[in-house]
Ligand binder design. Structure first.
Ligand code: 1HE
Length: 268
């Protein structure tokens, strides 16, 4: 029973402290129409109480075919070309994906089949990407005559470099799951059909972390990484002081020192 009002193209469920959100528009290869993008924003703004991490995955053979092209095709009924409307449309995506990247809890995406255009932009806004071997990545905007619009120009080059994004967009080149993994898209590469279990396993681990550490990793780390070093070192020292003085950190430190906490072992 979804606790958040969602469109029929999204299905929410729960496994303990892990929220699971499924793109549920397989007939259209999980193409992202406006109601789905707005629904994504709403879900991540209202992540149910008690959920410590979310897994995002797609129904059917593909994670997502990207932007629903029928919504940007301007038929005669759509009225005159309106640049302002285009900007607002892109900004609607930005707001939704910001809510994922800088939201309440870390998000693990599970990728399979086509992860293209806006689908790759969506994946890039999540924190951990688990790719099944069937996954492949493409940015067919060049072929469609359009451009990235869901924050991909900002996020995807940070994952794989401007040169690879230019190659994919200019030549239509797709990357296989293995190529994408080597380039930096996915942190995990798993067998077909095992991605969701892996994603849930990772999300369970994430949900067990101290909430302040997860917050710092989501909100402080990326900003520190992009700051000039002097500002970054100072922001890091502040974040470290905030985290270590929380009661939860103190309890966890005590548990370790009194031999009640797990050690860090090879293969963890
Ligand atoms: C769609 C879309 C879509 C499928 N918008 N309707 N994205 C693309 O350019 C990718 C376009 N899609 C494809 O290349 C293929 O559909 C797939 C490789 C993903 C899957 O192929 P396949 O053979 O399994 O499915 P299909 O027969 O092509 O599609 C099934 C239906 O989904 C069909 O509709 P139907 O009514 O004829 O059954 C397709 O029209 C529909 N469909 N993809 C609308 N994308 C914020 S800016 C982001 C910019 C971008 O994302 S650009 C990339 C857009």
């Amino acid at each position: 029973m979804p606790e958040v009002q969602l469109p029929p193209t999204l299905t929410a469920s729960r496994d303990g402290d892990v929220g699971i959100l499924r793109l549920s528009r397989a007939a259209k290869r999980n193409a992202l129409d406006d109601q789905t993008v707005i629904g994504l924003r709403r879900y991540f703004m209202e992540v149910p109480e008690g959920v410590g991490a979310v897994v995002l995955h797609g129904e059917g053979e593909h994670f997502s075919a990207g932007l629903d092209l029928s919504e940007v095709y301007l038929s005669e009924a759509s009225g005159p070309i309106d640049i302002h409307r285009g900007v607002l449309h892109s900004q609607m995506w930005h707001k939704a994906f910001q809510e994922i990247q800088f939201g309440r809890v870390p998000v693990v995406s599970v990728l399979h089949g086509a992860v293209v255009g806006g689908g790759l932009e969506l994946a890039a806004s999540t924190h951990i990407r688990v790719a099944e071997r069937s996954a492949y990545y493409g940015l067919p905007e060049g072929q469609r005559g359009i451009f990235l619009g869901g924050g991909g120009s900002v996020r995807i080059p940070r994952l794989i470099g401007v040169h690879r994004v230019q190659d994919m967009m200019l030549t239509g080149r797709t990357l296989s799951a293995e190529e994408g993994h080597a380039a930096g898209i996915s942190q995990y590469l798993v067998a077909d059909g095992t991605g969701l279990d892996k994603g849930i396993e990772l999300a369970r681990r994430i949900a067990k972390n101290a909430a302040m550490t997860n917050f710092a990793v989501m909100h402080a780390l990326p900003r520190i990484a992009e700051s000039d070093p002097a500002t970054g070192f100072f922001m890091e020292s502040l974040m470290a002081a905030i985290a270590e003085t929380t009661p939860e950190a103190q309890q966890r430190l005590k548990d370790f020192l009194e031999k009640r906490a797990a050690k860090v072992l090879r293969g963890d």
